[in-house]
Design a binder for this molecule. Structure first.
Ligand code: G4P
Length: 286
């Protein structure tokens, strides 16, 4: 289910996380490796205060490995932060986090005190999948509830680490229109305010500029189309998405492009690099 965030939801989510925070030693913030900027919520920093944070670049199987390496370097320069790229859906990967937890809260680990952790992040980044993978059983429901809705329970993960069974669910970065598009391209927001065709055109423009070769290979194109619309037309002809009169069915082609991109059929594609912070900073200077 898609979540629409209103100020009331945001306030409630923030309040509930603040209530739990005093019983948390370490925050595990889950982001989508393809869009670390747009899937990061800047309020996490103020909510966690001095607590250390592991930033998980999840769904790294769908991201461009070279760009993910740039993001790991970028986040690891931040104080109290360690970053790790994961594919939580791959068996055994999630537990790589546990060693990091002990390293980051070493004093409690040395004293034999439990390290209390909590997973946070925007909807659809893989928080529930991560909780279930760490717990080794299905605890968290895979779905989008815009707030922490029930009494938190603690799951013992072994190695002295405990985890809240309910993730802190935060809203995505919404003030920037392009972030909205990038979130929609990955499927993080299924927002009726942006049409499927608009999302596909945004994706097409990005792919033409940054990933022309995988695009040509996937759709067997002999030359690179000069615009996103021309790209959709070309894919439509290749895949037979035609209406009577040989008119390309744009909705159908958009669906194909987005479905295949989200499933990783074009290889690892990252929509944001750390340089995005420079772009945002220069825009706000204007
Ligand atoms: P959330 O709690 O943060 O909202 O996310 P959740 O675990 O529900 O995961 C959202 C979707 O992302 C799920 O797919 C899940 O299988 C997928 N996912 C989680 N981790 C990874 C990963 O490392 N790689 C890939 N490729 N996918 C991952 P879904 O149930 O099919 O939902 P949807 O994609 O149709 O929305």
């Amino acid at each position: 289910m898609a979540v629409v965030w209103y100020p009331g939801h945001m306030h409630k989510a923030q309040k509930q996380i603040k209530e739990v925070m005093p019983q948390v030693d370490l925050v595990i913030e889950v982001m989508d490796a393809r869009i670390p900027f747009s899937s990061e919520n800047p309020v996490v920093k103020s909510m966690r205060g001095p607590r250390p944070c592991i930033k998980v670049l999840n769904k790294s199987d769908l991201a461009d490995p070279a760009v993910t390496a740039e993001w790991l370097r970028y986040f690891s320069q931040q104080g109290g932060v360690k970053a790790i790229a994961l594919t939580t859906t791959r068996k055994g990967e999630a537990r790589k986090i546990l060693g990091l937890c002990r390293e980051m809260v070493s004093l409690r680990a040395q004293r034999g005190e439990p390290i209390r952790t909590m997973i946070m992040g925007i909807p659809n980044v893989g928080k529930s999948t991560l909780i279930n993978a760490l717990a080794g059983r299905a605890i968290a429901k895979v779905g989008d509830e815009p707030a922490v809705t029930k009494q938190q329970q603690r799951i013992t993960l072994g190695n002295g680490i405990v985890l809240s069974d309910t993730p802190g669910i935060l809203w995505p970065r919404m003030q920037d229109e392009n972030s909205g598009y990038r979130l929609a391209v990955t499927g993080a927001i299924k927002n009726a305010a942006i049409t499927f065709e608009d999302i596909a055109i945004f994706a097409g423009e990005f792919l033409l500029r940054h990933y022309p070769e995988p695009l040509m290979a996937r759709y067997k194109l002999s030359e690179l189309p000069t615009s996103a619309m021309a790209l959709l037309e070309a894919i439509g002809h290749k895949r037979g998405c035609l209406r009577p009169g040989a008119v390309v069915d744009l909705h159908k082609v958009s669906e194909i492009l987005l479905k295949e991109l989200r499933a990783g059929k074009l290889g690892g594609v990252s929509l944001e690099t750390p340089a995005i912070f420079e772009v945002i900073a220069s825009d706000s200077d204007l």
